[in-house]
Design a protein around this ligand. Sequence first.
Ligand code: ADP
Ligand code: MG
Length: 553
Amino acid sequence: MATGSINVSVENIFPLIKKFLYSDHEIFLRELISNATDATTKLKHLTTIGEAKVEYGNPIIEVKIDKDAKTLTIKDQGIGMTGEEVEKYINQVAFSGAEEFLEKYKDSAKDAGIIGHFGLGFYSAFMVAEKVEILTKSYKEDAKAVRWVCDGSPEYTLEETEKTDRGTEIVLHIAEDSTEFLEEFRIRELLTKYNKFNQVPIKFGTKKETLPLPEGSAEDAKPETVEVDNIINNTNPAWTKSPSELKDEDYNNFYRELYPMQFEEPLFHIHLNVDYPFNLTGILFFPKLGNNLNIEKDKIQLYQNQVFVTDEVKGIVPDFLMLLRGVIDSPDIPLNVSRSYLQADGAVKKISSYITKKVADKMVSLINENREDYEKKWNDIKIVIEYGMISEDKFYEKSDKFALYPTTDNNYYLWNELIEKIKPTQTDKDGKIVILYANNADEQHSYIQSAKEKGYEVLLLDSPIVPHLIQKLEASKENIAFARVDADHINNLIKKDEPKISKLNDSDKETLKKEIEESINDTKFTVQLEDLDSTDAPFTLTQPEFFRRMKDM
Ligand code: ADP
Ligand code: MG
């Protein structure tokens, strides 16, 4: 038996680990499962290139709770480690990793918001365990199995042990203050949160499965139930597949897999897939939003190689995308760092501007593919687009191709179409094009009507961010002005048509006037044959202001 001491520059790193990672103890499981997954993936690679002369088979990772022994075990069938490798990877890496951690984060760790998003890989096990055992056997020929034990002090033991199967078993002796991790529901919760889409199947207990009755069975035959592995993850989620393999239905199914509590189907999806200049895959969904600007948690989830990192994506993806749902997966999103680090990270910034561009491109193709369908969905997606337009310049620059401006008559114009349409009728005396809009079709009904009677188009812009959008448009587009349909100056803004001059000669006018006056026989009204506004009527009856007020009293 060999004993040794993990050489760290402080007396005992484990109290430090506990302290710094306090708010996020639960990530230990993700870390250990990630290591087990890596060990399995490495073996797959080595067998593929012929370096490992073993049968790869169908390896799984198993998570087991032993309540009596107070242990939680993570067992894999991956490459395993020789005694030397344990010395090298577990003992030494822990040393440097710990040193780096202490060096790098001793200042920022003061900031409570950052804590809890650090990870220390293997050593995060000591956040919940008072003693950790590693039982491992390398895939290498003649490798002897070894057992490493460490109780949280810098002392460890390493000895040969009995283990016949290849792979590694990490046994956590759960500490008194962490017994929640001996509860089945808690572990299931963690597996669902972090490892729902893990690359290697994860077994957690067993479940009963009913076998279908063989054909021709007797009517009263009882179907047979068998005990099968309870695999908690889907190793092949939709975003890892190529868009050409997937139908709309597959995307909708995946949406439900991601958000089991969402019953409404998404309106659109965007499949992200890039391998240069960085790797990124993912699927974003447009839910039905209406005018709802609530940015809630857990809409977009960040993954790194199919391992959940975070759903707190503020500062990582542009705000307007936080209205969407879906998954973004990139190996360039570091797993083991704080959120403030992520926000400042160059790779993450690039990812964010790539996604913005991708969403803009998708909008262009959606509107071009099926304008009618896009118009139908506009009211449910506009908030995302408008938010993107006011907050991301790159997105705004492209928005003329996909942002719609609906009228109160349900016409949906692109910017250029709108301008084209209203230019002849809605140019004011200074040559400015006046865009009339309403923000509440009911309240502004009569104003909308009278504007329409004059032949004007009235936009219906009713989302809560419209004032900002208008500001942005007015600041960047030449020669236009927005005017609310009930603003009292709209008549000055828009050039009135020349008043219509009666085509009748003076004596005809006299005769006509007399005839009308006689037939209505009411002195309240005046017959007007000139200055006919824009109507095509040959005369207008007007009622003096005085009589009108009398009537209203
Ligand atoms: P990282 O995973 O970032 O390398 P860790 O502290 O999580 O850091 O793990 C340290 C090293 O220990 C790994 O790189 C790997 O070489 C080894 N290791 C940990 N767990 C396993 C395992 N289940 N099977 C084989 N090797 C492992
Ligand atoms: Mg690791």
